[in-house]
Design a protein around this ligand. Structure first.
Ligand SMILES: [Zn+2]
Length: 357
């Protein structure tokens, strides 16, 4: 079974499909425009400067060093007051197949309600229930999609594909957050699967990445694509309260009894607090709704590409084990998928309240 995790210890991969395009573009850019420059302030390092300017640090670190070689101090330290060139962004050119930028989730007014086609015919209409999250921006990314179904479990002869179940919970969460006044971007989107109530969600391969890009097969290219989508949107939403929520299901051995796990990136205090707040919410909900069940989830630091390279506070959530019988029940019953998304909403509201007060 393929694991959905990816660490940073990946050898650099040549993106052959875009090499020529990117090189051409860079050449044109070099002759047509100058680099953007920044002035180093006290406390700045290459990593933080790249992050602040919407770059995935691991992607651009070497290029930054090459561009600014002569101006760097010992161990590539930035020198306060010096001007540094920022690399040209490659992926904004390489991955946006269709340059037409879609609104967060396309909507139109229906009376007092707003209709969002992404949620499908049954759930498309939303009535705002409160303004609790007005001002908050969420980037919701369900795991895998397109040519990659993620982990696959089998139940009663049906294939349970991770990407479909993660997507359904993510959609339900998106709807919950919009009901509370938030702005939501679905980073992975399926053009024709709305919220589905049936137990067995039919696998397909037509998901796209924001704004409307074909999802590549290569794991690294796929992770890079969704991370860049978030980072590009961050530039548009700078200064707002933002959270990046990544939702997976995953597979482990059949025997392993797993629960909901929350991961944050090393060094991200906001991500850590977010993960802890979500876990506490789950503990409280289990205590109320299933007091004898016990909750075995946890919060931990983890080296994962999408949360390391996103410039927005991020949490990576594993909803359970798609190969475990008990967890399978959590996924195939639509009320359970709804409950999980309600609890995530409540945890995110708690996180928002803590952050803005
Ligand atoms: Zn996964």
């Amino acid at each position: 079974m393929k694991s959905c995790f990816i660490s940073d210890n990946i050898p650099p991969v040549c993106r052959k499909f875009t090499c020529v395009t990117v090189l051409l573009f860079i050449c044109l850019q070099l002759s047509a425009q100058d680099y953007t420059t920044i002035k180093a302030k006290n406390g700045d390092g290459i990593y933080s400067v790249l992050k602040q300017n919407g770059y995935a640090p691991n992607e651009y670190l070497n290029e930054f060093v090459e561009l600014n070689q002569s101006k760097l101090g010992k161990n590539n330290a930035l020198i306060i007051g010096r001007q540094y060139r920022l690399p040209l962004k490659k992926d904004s050119v390489a991955t946006v197949v269709n340059s037409k930028v879609l609104p967060e989730v396309s909507s139109r007014k229906v009376g007092k309600k707003v209709a969002y086609e992404v949620f499908g015919p049954k759930y498309r209409e939303i009535t705002e229930k409160s303004k609790e999250l007005s001002g908050a921006v969420y980037y919701l990314a369900s795991g895998h999609g397109g040519p990659d179904p993620g982990a696959i479990g089998i139940l009663e002869g049906h294939q349970l594909c991770e990407d479909e179940y993660a997507y359904d919970v993510t959609l339900r969460l998106a709807r919950n957050l919009i009901e509370r006044g938030a702005t939501v971007y679905m980073i992975i989107r399926d053009p024709n699967d709305g919220i589905r109530d049936e137990p067995f969600l039919k696998p397909d391969r037509d998901e796209v990445c924001y704004p409307n890009s074909v999802i590549p097969l290569s794991q690294l290219a796929r992770l890079r694509q969704s991370t860049n989508a978030v980072n590009n949107l961050h530039v548009r939403n700078k200064g707002k309260f933002e959270r990046h929520v990544v939702i997976h299901v995953d597979s482990r051995s059949k025997k392993e009894n797993i629960d909901v796990f929350f991961y944050y990136d090393h060094g991200s205090n906001t991500g850590k607090r977010l993960a802890n707040t979500l876990m506490k919410t789950f503990m409280q909900k289990y205590a109320i709704h299933q007091p004898n069940r016990g909750y075995e989830g946890s919060v931990s630091e983890r080296n994962l590409y999408v949360i390391k390279n996103a410039v927005v506070p991020s949490v990576f959530i594993e909803l359970g084990n798609i190969n475990h019988t008990r967890d399978q029940k959590r996924f195939i019953i639509s009320d359970n998928r709804q409950a999980v998304s309600n609890w995530l909403r409540d945890g995110l509201i708690e996180d928002y309240k803590k952050s803005v007060k």
